[in-house]
Design a protein around this ligand. Structure first.
Ligand SMILES: CC(C)(COP(=O)(O)OP(=O)(O)OC[C@H]1O[C@@H](n2cnc3c(N)ncnc32)[C@H](O)[C@@H]1OP(=O)(O)O)[C@@H](O)C(=O)NCCC(=O)NCCS
Length: 176
């Protein structure tokens, strides 16, 4: 006796399949997406930075966008986190080759999350996204620098597994 088979619906024709797809509810927007910055995001990036630093540096941001915003090279990254159609954070970084005597590594220059959107994992997702791009570019080390009294950003980077590295920063005033 042959084994009973489970009845199955006939395979939809391609036209039927297209109609079904058209009637299907749209896939829900992901709650948070991290993607390469676009020019249209710049005003929101500037606003987040101004909230954090108190300065609205339009020409600075235009120049950062020109240098890092192409979205085509994994060595140079300017990523934004978008939730509900709004930019809620950004991260910027670059692979630097043999600078400060070190083998190539990924540097994070800036990371900021809108104060209204913090403590929800957005900073973590931004750092993971830029790390993935740097890995794609072939580097296996991530570095950053911060103001020594910025305990918030220090707590954040420590929570991500970053530790004190082998470099120190030095400075002096240049006389006129
Ligand atoms: C640092 C910053 C990017 C973190 O963004 P975020 O989205 O709030 O971070 P996350 O939610 O992913 O937090 C990850 C971890 O960071 C640590 N952390 C974040 N905010 C913290 C806070 N206020 N106090 C202590 N630890 C904190 C925690 O360990 C946290 O993990 P937990 O929530 O499980 O405790 C955000 O606070 C920010 O933009 N701060 C200003 C940054 C700044 O000064 N930029 C200028 C120099 S680049």
């Amino acid at each position: 006796m042959s084994k009973p088979t489970t009845p199955t619906a006939p395979a939809p024709t391609p036209r039927r399949a297209r109609a079904d797809a058209a009637n299907a509810p749209a896939a829900p927007e992901p709650a948070l997406a991290v993607r390469a910055v676009r020019r249209a995001d710049l005003d929101q990036v500037i606003a987040i930075d101004a909230t954090v630093t108190g300065l609205e540096k339009r020409s600075y941001w235009a120049s950062v966008y020109r240098r890092y915003g192409s979205g085509t090279r994994s060595e140079q990254q300017f990523l934004v986190a978008v939730a509900g159609g709004r930019v809620v954070g950004f991260v910027i970084g670059e692979v630097r080759d043999w600078e400060f005597g070190s083998p190539p590594c990924g540097w994070v220059f800036a990371i900021d999350v809108d104060p209204q959107a913090r403590l929800g994992g957005i900073g973590t997702q931004l750092l993971q996204a830029i790390s993935a791009q740097f890995r794609r570019a072939g580097v296996r080390k991530l570095r950053t620098m911060m103001a020594i009294d910025n305990t918030l950003i220090l707590s954040f980077f420590r929570s991500q597994g970053m530790m004190a590295g082998p470099l120190i920063s030095l400075e002096m005033d240049l006389e006129a």
